[in-house]
Design a binder for this molecule. Structure first.
Ligand code: RRO
Length: 323
């Protein structure tokens, strides 16, 4: 598949440049962590990927301190309008990431955001310590919301845990810390507020919704790990509500995501308070989806008489970044 398949040019005269926690971005469309394998894409598309990179910043697949093999197969189940994944955080571990992946990701033409997840506060601290000092890294995403590992969600669902995590990691770096929120809570506001009070620079929302699927032949759970996380258009309305709640509860910039497939979807997230958006599941179908969504968003802004992202975030009542 060509990286530009199905992508039409953006309209002239719409300024999509924006800012996220101090990072200057060419446009507001990022990737959702774990949904675009840039290292594999570089192998397939070569320098063409760097020339037409679909995102304005790249968020890595989440890494942990120790290497992990991930969950037992099967790891995926497709629903009529969504995807359940039970990947289980396979990764090379901190040392392997720094040695093998970081040098390749550093060649991408956009700021690099490294997603990290610890199974304790000390592990989060080790990850922040190990990653934040590297000049190739522009910012970190704290993944406190993985639904696919035991205890993965605990920090992101408890205000006290969130506050304690921020107390532990905030002093370790001046680089932007983006907290990825879970939708698997009754209310998104309190944890979002705890992240802000603890010194987070931005939020991203949402991670996947806990979900399961039944094997039609055996009547038993289909996924090897029993359950997983739902993404795709099925979760978009839930994600919009969670982003709206986090926007009402904090002043932090928010990267909104959850089932974004079109520029119109992206505008919806901006309308409820996101200052950037991320494309996730849609990139599995179409690796150029980020570029298409960006160009469609420009047309959508033009349609509602907005000439820039600055105008868009101002008109929807929240600034694109902290001033
Ligand atoms: O690797 C995964 O199974 C995974 C992660 Br880390 C996450 O944050 N969200 C998700 O749906 N899957």
């Amino acid at each position: 598949m060509a990286l530009s398949a199905g992508v039409t040019a953006p309209p002239a005269g719409v300024d999509l440049r924006t800012e996220l926690a101090g990072l200057a971005l060419e446009h507001p469309v990022l990737n959702g962590s774990g949904t675009f394998d840039a290292i594999a894409a570089l192998r397939v598309f070569g320098d063409g990927l760097r020339e037409r990179f679909p995102f304005s910043a790249f968020v890595s697949k989440t890494i942990t301190v120790a290497p992990r093999g991930g969950n037992p197969a099967p790891r995926l189940w497709e629903t009529p309008v969504g995807l359940i994944n039970s990947i289980g955080l396979p990764n090379k571990g901190l040392e392997g990431f720094l040695e093998h992946d970081l040098p390749v990701l550093a060649t991408l033409p956009v700021p690099l955001i490294v997603s990290v997840a610890g199974f304790s506060r000390d592990e989060f601290a080790a990850l922040v310590d190990g990653v934040a000092g590297r000049p190739e890294v522009a910012a970190l995403e704290l993944n406190v919301s993985c639904p696919n590992v035991k205890s993965g969600c605990v920090i992101g669902t408890e205000v006290g845990e969130m506050a304690a995590l921020m107390r532990r990691v905030r002093p370790l770096t001046a680089k932007p810390l983006i907290v990825k929120l879970t939708p698997n809570v009754a209310e998104a506001g309190p944890v979002a507020r705890a992240a802000e009070e603890g010194g987070a620079d931005a939020l991203s929302a949402i991670n996947t919704l806990r979900a399961t699927a039944v094997d039609p032949r055996s009547g038993k759970p289909w996924l090897g790990a029993g359950s997983g996380g739902l993404s795709g258009p099925a979760v978009r309305a839930v994600a919009l509500a969670q982003v709206a709640e986090a926007a009402a509860a904090t002043t932090l910039p928010i990267v909104g995501m959850g089932g974004i497939q079109t520029g119109r979807d992206a505008l919806d997230f901006i309308s409820v308070g996101a200052s950037c958006v991320a494309v996730g599941t849609e990139s599995f179908r179409d690796p150029a989806a980020g570029t298409r969504v960006k160009n469609e968003l420009a047309r959508e802004l033009q349609r509602v008489s907005l000439r820039s992202m600055r105008d868009a975030t101002a008109s929807f009542g929240r600034a694109a970044g902290r001033s």
